[in-house]
Design a protein around this ligand. Structure first.
Ligand code: PMP
Length: 427
């Protein structure tokens, strides 16, 4: 098929994320990818500033990850997990128990981030069901959050930027505290937790769980909030007998400078959702990790089992590449790489700070954000980024970068220079 055949069929028949099928934005055909570069079908090579939505932390065409898959595909690419088990699931489970904060030790594997959020919310509900506390069925979350696109995940996404309007009447209605305003680097102000505290005080009899993205709010606005907010949330959950779900699907595995977002606040959630970078971007896989206590309580009450079991649960191929990805993370100095990228993003994006149409520039770990005063024109800006040799996909007013951890200094400089040039042209 020629490039124009491919793009033509794609345009007429394939739905892309958050896109009109009738009048879609242009897409670019990727032929291959290696290291931090995507090779387009028209021969251009562009630097990937997105890690394919947080996932590809070790870069593309990684020999170690490829070998893990090749070896596993000959042995056992898939088998049902009902009544059967296999070494890749056990080895990955062991790594997750070791790497996640102490106390998290029961692992549920599932297909994607959104499903992990559904699983975590179901665990929370079943925990109180088992305790015969049937009034505790609601969730409390914070505005500007994002947790995925399935129904219960949508119900805890920001009510304004999320999809609540379209699905009102179908989505359960939950409690939303004001979003945290004190930034990660700012002086903590105790009043930031007031809205959350009030909702907890007033409604804890109905609330079974709190769900939030620890420290970094991703798709809801790329905001970095103060770790003390998270500490207060943990304390309030403890005081009011509410489970805390940390959605680490985006933050997990080093992205924010700590292995997990929760580590910035030294807290341990009751349930942690993981996905995206878990397999280094090679296969879709997610995991929900919880405490022995949550597992014990769920199993103690009717129906004595946790009611979920996806067809591809703990898929051996996905688990094998997950093991390789986590081992690579441990062996490489990920923290050094993230620190270096952080300082390169701070320096490289600094020229945007003085631009009048830029509202804010912020960096945390290997995440760099340039927030504009007005929403960007997606078609135009996407083309400009590609023409400047980089893959950056903004949303709304937010231009953001999260490069693979293996990006070297020269490539980070090319990436940030391109962003500065394109952002300068948005006036
Ligand atoms: N939670 C967070 C914090 C996310 O960033 C995402 C994905 N952007 C999800 C959940 C949903 O994950 P998935 O797209 O794999 O369903």
């Amino acid at each position: 098929m020629t490039m124009s055949d491919i793009l033509d069929f794609d345009r007429r028949h394939l739905w892309h994320p958050y896109t009109s099928i009738e009048d879609p934005l242009p897409v670019y055909q990727v032929e291959s990818a290696s290291g931090v570069r995507l090779c387009l079908a028209d021969g251009r090579e562009i630097i990937d500033g997105m890690s394919s939505w947080w996932a590809v932390i070790h870069g593309y065409d990684n020999g170690v990850l490829k070998d893990a898959l090749k070896e596993q595909i000959d042995k056992l690419p898939h088998v049902m997990f009902g009544g059967l088990s296999h070494e890749p699931a056990v080895a990955l489970g062991r790594l997750l128990v070791e790497m996640t904060p102490a106390g998290l030790e029961r692992v549920f594997f599932c297909d994607s981030g959104s499903v992990a959020v559904e699983v975590a919310m179901k665990m929370t509900m079943q925990y109180f069901h088992a305790r015969k506390e049937s009034a505790k069925k609601k969730f409390l979350t914070i505005r500007s959050g994002y947790h995925g696109d399935t129904f219960h995940a949508m119900s805890v996404c920001d009510p304004v930027t999320g999809m609540h309007q379209i699905y009102s009447g179908v989505l359960p209605s939950y409690f939303f505290a004001d979003r945290p305003e004190v930034g990660f680097y700012e002086q903590w102000d105790e009043s930031d937790i007031n809205s959350f505290r009030t909702l907890m005080e007033d409604h804890h009899q109905e609330i079974c769980g709190v769900i939030l993205e620890p420290v970094v709010q991703g798709a809801g606005g790329m905001r970095f909030y103060h770790p003390n907010y998270l500490r207060r949330v943990r304390e309030l959950c403890d005081s009011y007998d509410v489970l805390l779900i940390a959605d680490e699907i985006a933050t997990g595995f080093g992205r924010s400078g700590e292995l997990f977002g929760c580590d910035h606040a030294d807290i341990v959630p009751d349930i942690m959702c993981l996905g995206k970078a878990l397999t280094g971007g090679y296969m879709t896989l997610a995991a929900v990790v919880t405490t022995a206590e949550v597992g014990r309580v769920i199993s103690s009450g009717e129906p004595h089992v946790f009611m979920h079991g996806p067809t591809y649960m703990a898929n051996p191929l996905a688990c094998s590449v997950g093991i390789a990805s986590l081992r690579l993370l441990r062996e490489n100095d990920w923290q050094g790489a993230v620190k270096r990228i952080e300082s390169e993003l701070v320096k490289g994006l600094a020229p945007c700070r003085t631009m009048e149409h830029v509202a804010d520039v912020r960096v945390l770990g290997a995440i760099g954000v340039v927030e504009l005063e007005r929403p960007v024109n997606m078609t135009q800006i996407q083309q400009q980024f590609v023409d400047n040799g980089v893959w950056v996909r903004p949303f709304g007013k937010t231009v953001y970068l999260m490069p693979p951890f293996c990006m070297n200094t020269a490539d980070t400089a090319l990436l940030t220079e391109a962003v500065v040039r394109v952002v300068a042209g948005q006036e």
